[in-house]
Design a protein around this ligand. Structure first.
Ligand SMILES: NC(=O)c1ccc[n+]([C@@H]2O[C@H](COP(=O)([O-])OP(=O)(O)OC[C@H]3O[C@@H](n4cnc5c(N)ncnc54)[C@H](OP(=O)(O)O)[C@@H]3O)[C@@H](O)[C@H]2O)c1
Length: 290
């Protein structure tokens, strides 16, 4: 029998890709924000009890990092409380929950990749609320895979890749922060990895329940990422600046590279290097355009 799979945040960067890639593996219920508002506890309970899924993939989140500083209660509800409710409902059904979290749970004080058990110390409300979500899932003690990732981009939604492309068409010079280090991750590659885990069997995934870092390999500054997007053309010039020169409402970690060995050992594969994946993403745009 085909399992029912409930995907929340179905129109987000990862959610959109998941809905399509999961379709061969079950009957997918694509719950966008209009269908399931994760800020409403009762709505979550009703949606899960109505759907009775074998798998819930929570791709919904409050991801506006700067806005979260002033919209704390909604960020808490969506990122901190909803994952715990999904975990409770999944446990009640004996279902698996897959959830995503972020490198922003860390303060960025390290200079070597963060393992899963490094002490979290978020610098901003978004990171705090995402950490609360991880903890809420752990407290339920059901079957859950939590994948922390970083710097998600793709061909739809709001992200750095699309912003750089827009600005490159408008300006002769882009000033981009060069002293924050992380790893860019294509939403499609993250969804593919998630589906590969699911395709190996839900019982295998249940056996390996826990917290994992899921990321492309390598490292980059935002400046390097911008240069890789814009390419070698003379225009626009991509000028490195410091975080201090680009103040934002939310503080961001200076370093957020995630060590991925635990995921690789558990699931038997690694994601590619970020530049290779970016090239795949950009080539797929050309295919669509051509
Ligand atoms: N984006 C990143 O750089 C990044 C980095 C590390 C980890 N992550 C994590 O990866 C996961 C997926 O993120 P993403 O990049 O795909 O984010 P995204 O593109 O912002 O997608 C999140 C989705 O959640 C939806 N959403 C927001 N509030 C909601 C609510 N109250 N009820 C239901 N849905 C709601 C959004 O809808 P609207 O568009 O209508 O708001 C959006 O479709 C999240 O857990 C995120 O924390 C993301």
């Amino acid at each position: 029998m085909r399992p029912t799979i409930l995907v929340t945040g179905a129109e987000g960067q990862i959610g959109f890709e998941l809905v399509r890639l999961l379709a061969p593996h079950g009957d997918v219920i694509a719950a966008n924000r209009a269908r399931l508002d994760l800020a409403q506890a009762d709505a979550i309970v009703a949606a899960v009890r109505g759907a009775k899924p074998a798998l819930i993939v929570n791709a919904g989140a409050y991801t506006a990092v700067d806005r979260a500083e002033s919209e704390v209660s909604v960020a808490r509800a969506v990122n901190g409380r909803a994952p715990g409710i999904l975990a409770e409902e999944a446990k009640r059904l004996g279902a698996l929950l897959i959830h995503y979290s972020t490198d922003y749970v860390f303060d960025g004080a390290r200079s070597t990749p963060y393992p899963e058990d490094a002490a979290p110390a978020p610098l901003n409300v978004y990171g705090e609320t995402k950490l609360a979500g991880e903890r809420a899932i752990a407290a339920v003690g059901g079957h859950a895979l939590v994948f922390r990732t970083s710097w998600v981009y793709g061909l739809r939604g709001k992200n750095f890749l699309l912003t750089m492309r827009r600005l490159a068409a408008e300006r002769d010079e882009l000033s981009i922060v060069a002293d924050q280090i992380g790893v860019p991750n294509w939403s499609h590659a993250l969804a593919e990895a998630t589906v590969r885990v699911v395709a190996a069997g839900l019982s295998v995934a249940v056996d390996r329940a826990g917290l994992y870092h899921l990321s492309a390999t390598g490292r980059a500054s935002w400046h390097e990422f911008a240069k890789a997007i814009v390419g070698d053309a003379a225009r626009p010039r991509v000028v490195p600046i410091t975080t201090a020169e680009y103040p934002t409402p939310a503080r961001r970690p200076a370093y957020g590279v995630l060590a991925t060995q635990r995921f690789e050992a558990a699931f038997g594969f690694a994601l590619a290097e970020w530049r290779e994946t970016l090239a795949r993403c950009m080539a797929s745009t050309k295919e669509r355009a051509g």
